[in-house]
Design a protein around this ligand. Structure first.
Ligand code: NAD
Length: 489
């Protein structure tokens, strides 16, 4: 498949003004996959101009027609499943089986969901005092900026652009400099299915240049950011200039609690998926295993056996269950956390280093890693964002809940129990945006996704997302009110 490597502005693929390039690397073997145009501030400015010019037409386009284009895009993505899955796997390191079964279908269904949603978001009529009619319209915000990370680049095109476009906004989206290829492919498909020029603009570039410009741009009225908590703070600061709306999907340190009454085999498999899917590079990863001390040994025996059996390898090999991490820098960071753990008295139970196999030596692989750690240790508090899970034991439900809520984050968490009352009680006690009972990491375009506290604010997916991409306008009509004279003369 030939890949587009230029910026997408005003419906055309164009070179960057300053002519800079970024090398995109294949994480399986470190080879250069492509050299893409690097967007800088002046390119973001051009993209915002194009989006602003497209806004009046797009926002006035009947919602049903906006939805029809999103539905066509969903079909085009599905029709391109094989190509898109291979592209995503080569660029990010996701095993092909996951890109085919999860990334591409989830992208298509999310665009389809918001295609169907476009004409279902309605205003309301408020029962106000006699003589007046008061109705509330939901209007698009305007030009929105969207900044996304490298862990699920294809899926995030739909999570971010689906609701924004359905609601009538126009978009300037910056993918991560590490993984821009599938996003540029989606731009090609958008052009093919007939999105008007300027409605969507894609500007791959570095965070401190293109990203920063989006966050501060006076012509952008909302910025939706997915990434680390530290960068989220910078985005908030940069947004203050024109007081743009901000939506933040930030980091997490998901607690995954296994009670003594859990179905252990199910919990073992589910907990492995919770942390090791996508090499642990997921904000909602279940990266802290909290085990009731009665079942801790049995659980851990099974969990370690499963962990050691996970098949690492070339993402394009159908048998591969875990691919490389997305960049060399990130691999080094994840491995370095083993030293951090040991320095604080933690014990690496398995993994913690690149595999010894010669065929993987040039790639950014890390063996799946399990570390015994204390709740206050850095590895139990900081987001590692890799195939790295900490294990801690607890004695009772209160202690489990206190440990689960004992970080600055509040994105998602899970619990395994056969006790119905406990399941709901603990779900309620979680300080987080999402909870999974006897499962982990379920997502659906209809179900609100997002966090609280250090994990950010605002929600993607569902009606909540449409709400976040619209402003309420309250209109008052004097139907037959006889107003008293305000200034009797
Ligand atoms: P990051 O914060 O380094 O980068 C995210 C994006 O922000 C990239 O496109 C980057 O280029 C850009 N950026 C960097 N500096 C910027 C600046 N000063 N101004 C504007 N933009 C800037 O994060 P990352 O390492 O790419 O991704 C991993 C992080 O993303 C993890 O913390 C993970 O938890 C988080 N994440 C959160 C969610 C969620 O929905 N809550 C989903 C996926 C990932």
């Amino acid at each position: 498949m030939t890949v587009e490597t230029r910026l997408f502005i005003g419906g055309e693929f164009v070179d960057a003004a300053a002519g800079g390039r970024i090398a995109v690397v294949n994480p399986h073997d470190g080879s250069e996959l492509a050299s893409i145009a690097e967007a800088r501030a002046e390119d973001v400015d051009r993209a915002v101009e194009a989006a602003a010019a497209a806004f009046p037409g797009w926002s006035a386009t009947p919602a049903m027609e906006r939805g029809r284009l999103l539905l066509k895009l969903a079909d085009a993505i599905e029709a391109d499943t094989d190509g898109l899955a291979r592209l995503e796997s080569t660029d990010t390191g996701h095993p092909l089986r996951d890109s085919r079964a999860l990334d591409v279908p989830r992208t298509a269904v999310t665009f389809r969901y918001f295609g169907g949603m476009a004409d279902k978001v309605q205003g309301s009529v408020v029962p106000v005092e006699k003589g007046f009619l008061n109705y509330v319209m939901r209007e698009p915000v305007g030009v929105v900026g969207q900044i996304v990370p490298w862990n699920f680049p294809l899926m995030f095109t739909s999570w971010k652009m689906g609701p924004a476009l359905a609601a009538g906004n126009t978009v300037v989206l910056k993918p991560s400099e590490l993984t821009p290829l599938s996003t540029l492919r989606v731009a090609e498909l958008m052009r093919k299915v007939g999105f008007p020029p300027g409605v969507v603009n894609i500007v791959p570039g570095y965070g401190d240049k293109a990203g920063q410009r989006i966050a501060e741009h006076p012509g952008i009225h909302k910025v939706a950011f997915t990434g680390s908590t530290a960068t989220g703070r910078k985005v908030v600061r940069a947004s203050a200039g024109n007081l743009k709306r901000v939506q933040l999907e930030l980091g997490g340190k998901g607690a995954n609690i296994v009670f003594d009454d859990a179905n252990i085999p199910a919990a073992v498999g589910g907990s492995a998926f919770a942390i090791f899917h996508n090499q642990g590079q997921a904000c909602i990863a279940g990266s802290r295993l909290l085990l009731h001390d009665k079942i801790a040994d049995e659980f851990l025996d099974r969990f370690l056996k499963l962990t050691r059996s996970i098949k690492l390898g070339d993402p394009l090999d159908a048998a591969t269950e875990m691919g490389p991490l997305t960049s060399a820098m990130h691999r080094d960071r994840v491995v370095a956390f083993c030293k951090v753990a040991r320095d604080e008295g933690g014990e690496v139970l398995t993994g913690g280093r690149p595999p010894e196999r010669g065929d993987l030596a040039r790639g950014f692989y890390v063996e799946p890693t399990v570390v015994r750690a204390k709740p206050a240790d850095r590895v139990s508090q900081e987001e590692v964002f890799g195939p790295f899970v900490t294990v801690t034991t607890f004695r009772d439900e209160d202690e489990a809940v206190a440990l689960a809520n004992g970080t600055v984050y509040g994105l998602g968490g899970g619990l395994w129990t056969e006790n119905l009352a406990r399941a709901h009680r603990v779900a309620r006690a979680f300080v987080s945006g999402m909870v999974w009972i006897n499962s982990y990491k379920r997502v659906n375009p209809g179900s609100p996704f997002g966090g609280v506290r250090g994990s950010g604010y605002g929600r993607e997916m569902g009606f909540e997302a449409m709400h976040d991409y619209t402003e309420a306008k309250s209109v008052w009509v004097n139907v037959d009110a006889k107003l008293p004279p305000f200034y009797p003369r």
